[in-house]
Design a protein around this ligand. Sequence first.
Ligand SMILES: Cc1cc2nc3c(=O)[nH]c(=O)nc-3n(C[C@H](O)[C@H](O)[C@H](O)COP(=O)(O)OP(=O)(O)OC[C@H]3O[C@@H](n4cnc5c(N)ncnc54)[C@H](O)[C@@H]3O)c2cc1C
Length: 644
Amino acid sequence: MSATSPPKDAPPPVETAPEASFAETALKLGGKSEDEARRMGAIDRADDQVEHLFQPQYQTVNSPIHRAIWERQLPVELFEASHESTPPDVRQVMSQSLEVVRRNRHAGTLFNSEGKIAESVLQELAGVGYWGLLVDRQYGGYGAPLRSFMSFLTQMALVDPTTAGLASVHGCIGAVDPVRTFGTEEQKERFLPRLASGEKLSAFALTEPCAGSDLTALRTRARLEDGRYLVTGEKLFITNVVPGRTIGLVCLIDDKPAVLIADLPERENDQFKLVKYGLHALKHTYNRGIIFKDFPVPAENLLRVTKGNGLTIAYHGLNLGRVALCATAAGNMRLMLASMLPWSKFRVTYGEAIAKRELVRRRLARLAGLIVACDALVAWCSTLLDQGYRGEMECIVAKIFGSESQKEAAIELFMKTHGGRAFLHGHLFGDQVHEFLAPCIYEGEGEMLGMALFKSLVKQHGTQYFEPVGKALAAAGMKTFSPANPVHAWKLRKALVPYGTWWVSEGFAHKWRTELGPMADDLREHALVAIRGLQSLPLEISATMRKHQLKLADRQCRMSELSSRVQKLVVMLATSLYAAKQNDETVRMAADVVCQDLARELNGKRPSDRYFRSMNDLGAKIAGGGFASIAGLHPDEILMKYET
Ligand SMILES: Cc1cc2nc3c(=O)[nH]c(=O)nc-3n(C[C@H](O)[C@H](O)[C@H](O)COP(=O)(O)OP(=O)(O)OC[C@H]3O[C@@H](n4cnc5c(N)ncnc54)[C@H](O)[C@@H]3O)c2cc1C
């Protein structure tokens, strides 16, 4: 099954006593409390169960990043993005949607009196098919390929980033993805047409006051009574939640996470209340807490999964949301770049426009590089998802890079270039700074996700080679294993043979040369550096696992550091391959500079003069109007203008 093609009707879940997962066993052996081991085991099992939704060739062990590191030949074709091929009617929905938002923006009717996207705009968007883009055609939607949808979100973000974000909230993390992927035929027929037409907009209610990063701490519960579930509990930070809308609601049923699709009443009542608070981020849409007290949801609204539970459903949608977030970041950063150009040409200091200064040009070049790298990740990840890959690690790379780039762009490049004016009311930075920072937190905080990436990366290696050793250790009554200790080696000899064989063969392994297609020399060099870097990692990763053994889960900084290196190499590879196929020379130059930056972050070398020259040349080119994808954007007026 692919990420975009839902499975056949799922029969009710068969409840069996859960087997201890790899994480659970390792944590118990590593001296963690029963409770922590059980909690991590639950997360690990939910993750395993997501895997089962995908055909073996699309599961994590066969994903591009996993294969790039653990196989002898890096499958370079799996890092290439497909060309965008958008069906004509989908293209029409997209262009009409852009037109609706543009028109309302110009007319000053985009927001209501509370500063939120106006209901009339949401309805106009419904009229042109915006909310049905990701819903399959047989249920009244357009079944847009993710490759097209995600690039379109970047375009929408150029007109209005909040509207772009809402398409992801509704279609990726909201009710659309859970129902189309996990719903029965009856549930799809009941919910999807209304979600596609925009009659019902949707949200996803997962986070609780006590459960954000730690999803095993959920407390909202539902109990079955007279053919309906009665939900009691509290949700926090739920985007797009408004009375009358539809939510994917994660709650505990019989102590297990489950997802109910709940139609919210038109008004608050004793069973359903909204919690209102001031929130700086997502200020143009509603984000509320929800309190449920015996809130009734029909029993037939429970999404059933053959393997897994509500977290399985949540993880599936979050994957898509993470790419969408990177796509929106690519739009936001273009808005920043477009705003920096007129200002840096206008602002003269010491007799020269700042656009002519190296430091400012370097910022323009760096920003263009971040934009191109985000475009590359969006194109690559959405290609994988369309092909049917789970793409969890790849989507995590896109999410972290997109959100961190947007943060860096906002603070280091955009704010610094605009100086004091950045803080004036009415300035894009001052007005939107929270929007630029919040993506680092929602849909998974970056460092937590980085550790999740590392765990996915080492899971199979651990299960194959370390789990038998761990079990043998426990059987021998030993806490740790020292390879230098002959008694240890003798006691564990049987369990150690497969690992020893792997280690020796990896040490002498001949890594197959990866053939790259035609590319400019600089981009080829970046791709080769990335390939060599990824291919050199197995022994180091394995040595880290061996060194820390059952305590590895506590070595968060080490996991984070290794994960961060993997991420950088992956971004380099995806960006250089993507840029090699672009006709626009400025895009290729931007890819070159961002790859040079990544290479230096990895090798710790000081920047060369050649690097500074290339930054300066690119910055000058961009200042001269050379970055085509921001042409036509109309940045806000320069504030506090003065006579020149
Ligand atoms: C603008 C916005 C919109 C949102 N929209 C939605 C939505 O639509 N639906 C929804 O369900 N949720 C939503 N959220 C919630 C969001 O997903 C959570 O805020 C996020 O998952 C982090 O959870 P938390 O805030 O509870 O952080 P916490 O769990 O309190 O964690 C705080 C920090 O502690 C650190 N930390 C936590 N655990 C560990 C650990 N084990 N090891 C090391 N460090 C750790 C991490 O750095 C983490 O960021 C939204 C949040 C915001 C800000």
